[in-house]
Design a protein around this ligand. Structure first.
Ligand SMILES: Cc1cc2nc3c(=O)[nH]c(=O)nc-3n(C[C@H](O)[C@H](O)[C@H](O)COP(=O)(O)OP(=O)(O)OC[C@H]3O[C@@H](n4cnc5c(N)ncnc54)[C@H](O)[C@@H]3O)c2cc1C
Length: 305
């Protein structure tokens, strides 16, 4: 069976593209092993038009419900492992089989950046998390550390301040780089201690996380910050975790380079949302880009005959 379009990634970009593509009459399949995207972990969203304030997970459920109402075979909860470009179409290999399509839309968003320091992988999901909203409740009334110096670190700290006894905010820079309003809210919190100019060197503990080893960038002294949980919030990066038999053009940040019509350097492969070199990463922008991509793909497939 050959689809008109396979969309990889069911965040706002992929879901929105799917809506327009199905409504335009294209035989579409949306693949994602964790549908909903980053919105699932976004806490409260207050800047999506039509919703004054909504929990991210509720917003993403509403997005998904809308798509599922178009037909129950549109979304397949599988991870894409490989895309092969053949002469006039593509073959997509996923965790439960393979399927062909005339065009591909990549809307895989971004993933949390890692620190790449000692014992980071060892403690991952066992004391160390990249998502405060997902795992914060595990550390109720405990001492934790948040590592990072921008909005996502501030967001996580604010969120955890209602749950945890104490939060050490570990920042390698002399200032916090996030929004002033957000910073001002965090600096008023009694249970938050911000450590500036400190580099995270690794995580401590045998089988259970016991703390973070940090180095003061000015004095060179190292010390242990004792805590039972750590949240690494140092930003996001685009990472394609599937193979391709073609070379997609990306920039130095790993973002897929697209033109104004969401075309990549490969004929028939389009991209939209946070995974692209579009500057601003927001739900409404991802949704708009997904919509535009679907309309362009519709025209592209019509011209192919
Ligand atoms: C903590 C946090 C708070 C935020 N708050 C806001 C906010 O208040 N307002 C706002 O506008 N924006 C906010 N954002 C940003 C917003 O969530 C993103 O800009 C938006 O979700 C991007 O949508 P997307 O569809 O491009 O990608 P994503 O939402 O990242 O979705 C990508 C999808 O691709 C899937 N995928 C990846 N690889 C594969 C594969 N190999 N096979 C199958 N599927 C795959 C993933 O599982 C994921 O579901 C926030 C982000 C974070 C992290």
């Amino acid at each position: 069976m050959r689809k008109d379009l396979i969309i990889i990634g069911a965040g706002p970009a992929g879901l929105s593209a799917c809506l327009y593509s199905v409504r335009a009459g294209l035989d579409t399949l949306l693949l994602d092993n964790f549908p909903g995207g980053q919105v699932n972990n976004s806490g409260i969203v207050e800047n999506y038009l039509g919703f004054k304030s909504i929990l991210g997970v509720n917003l993403s459920n509403q997005f998904l419900e809308h798509i599922l109402s178009l037909g129950n075979k549109i979304v397949l909860e599988e991870k894409v492992l490989k895309i092969e470009k053949l002469e006039k179409h593509f073959k997509v290999f996923h965790t439960d089989g393979e399927i062909e399509a005339r065009a591909i839309l990549i809307s895989i968003g971004t993933k949390c950046k890692k620190l790449y320091v000692e014992k980071e992988d060892f403690f991952s999901n066992n004391g160390l998390s990249y998502c405060a909203i997902c795992d914060g409740a595990l550390y109720r009334d405990r001492e934790v550390a948040v590592i990072g110096g921008g909005n996502s670190a501030l967001d996580a700290t604010l969120f955890l301040s209602n749950i945890c006894k104490k939060i050490y905010l570990i920042n390698k820079n002399p200032i916090m780089k996030g929004d002033q309003l957000l910073f001002s809210s965090v600096s008023k919190l009694k249970n938050v201690e911000i450590l500036y100019n400190v580099q995270t060197e690794g995580f401590l503990g045998e089988n259970k996380l016991e703390g973070v080893r940090i180095r003061d960038k000015i004095t060179g002294a190292t010390k242990k910050v004792e805590c039972e949980g750590v949240f690494v919030k140092i930003g996001m990066e685009t990472k394609m975790d599937f193979e391709t038999n073609f070379k997609l053009e990306t920039n130095t940040k790993g973002e897929i380079i697209i033109d104004r019509e969401n075309r990549t350097n490969i004929d028939g492969v389009f991209s939209a949302g946070d995974s692209t070199n579009i500057e601003f990463k927001q739900i409404v922008i991802a949704a708009g880009e997904g919509t535009k991509a679907a309309l362009v793909i519709f025209k592209y497939l019509k011209n192919q005959g």
